[in-house]
Write a protein that binds this ligand. Sequence first.
Ligand SMILES: Nc1ncnc2c1ncn2[C@@H]1O[C@H](COP(=O)(O)OP(=O)(O)OP(=O)(O)O)[C@@H](O)[C@H]1O
Ligand SMILES: [Mg+2]
Length: 366
Amino acid sequence: MTTNAVEMLDIVKQFPNPAGGLVNAVDHVSFAVQDGEFFSMLGPSGCGKTTSLRMIAGFEYPTFGRILLHGKDIGQTPPYQRNVNTVFQQYALFPHMSVGQNVGFGLEMKGVEKLEIERRVGEALDMVRLSAMEKRKPSQLSGGQQQRVAVARALINRPEVLLLDEPLGALDLKLRKEMQLELKTLQREVGITFIYVTHDQEEAMTMSDRIMVMNHGKALQLGTPAEVYERPNSRFVADFIGETNFMEGRLKTPGGGAVVEVECAGGLGVHAVGGAGLPVGAPVTVAVRPERVAINRSFENVNCFAGTVLDLVYIGTDTYYNVRLDGGQVLRVREQNADPTQRTIAAVGDKVQVTLKAESAVVLVE
Ligand SMILES: Nc1ncnc2c1ncn2[C@@H]1O[C@H](COP(=O)(O)OP(=O)(O)OP(=O)(O)O)[C@@H](O)[C@H]1O
Ligand SMILES: [Mg+2]
């Protein structure tokens, strides 16, 4: 049976706003993070990610709602009495101390015996593959190495939960990608629950077991990377994660059946999935990913539309096309260049057929 490491129960966090009122920075958010899970909060700047994390850490207290750590209410417990640790974007290492001293500092403050500290510092540095650097000063390390020191320092107390707030934000893209995989591997090895905050959707997709997408203080969707990508529950989620085509229209058949039909611009009948509970005529948006649209390949006998190639961009692995359908709608299409004999399959101005499977088209209400 899986247990919950952290539970947020209908959490509201209010801050005073400049107008003298109150604003819900976190707005009735509930979720549970399972033991040993790599859980990410993903959303744009100001959506309430850091505030949520700070409430779990104890640096902020919820205005309303309860927080449980392994089933125990910690709503009003001060940070130092919670068995959680935080890694921030700014690693805040002590510059005059060696790597080893930085990692062992917390234990020293707690009065842990010297030999025990040495043993645990060694263990923690092993985990982040920095054993050889124990005697160095932070200034003698790269950004990625410094961040690994910060992670080792946070793990040495064996927290029940490790909170990470955009820890890779200061690193360049290549290093960041390396560190993403490294952190994910480390999390699997140590088995500690990670709650990770990022506004980078690719980062969240790469690392997480589950992702909670937030906007304006609200949790919009919680699911595995595949679930939020394949079955976004709102236009915001579909737009925030990956690229999406949106086609607006009205339901032609009642929502919720295996496949529904949506009448879109220019009388286009698009077959899609979802829309449970919606009546005929309800205004909806159909979302479909560019890589789920094909050009001149008829694998489906519905959702076959004639159009004209407006432009294309060849990016090596793939070619992007913008196709204007005869109904007026422009669809972005991503075709893989898997066949070396055929780099592009259509040219600008070509009349083409575009096709998409009904199960790749999702009906969204908002
Ligand atoms: N101490 C505070 N006093 C007043 N308002 C605050 C305070 N802390 C945060 N806020 C507001 O609460 C909202 C959420 O802030 P938060 O820092 O949680 O966002 P975030 O999702 O972490 O954003 P970012 O990606 O930019 O770090 C923002 O509108 C912010 O201005
Ligand atoms: Mg933040």
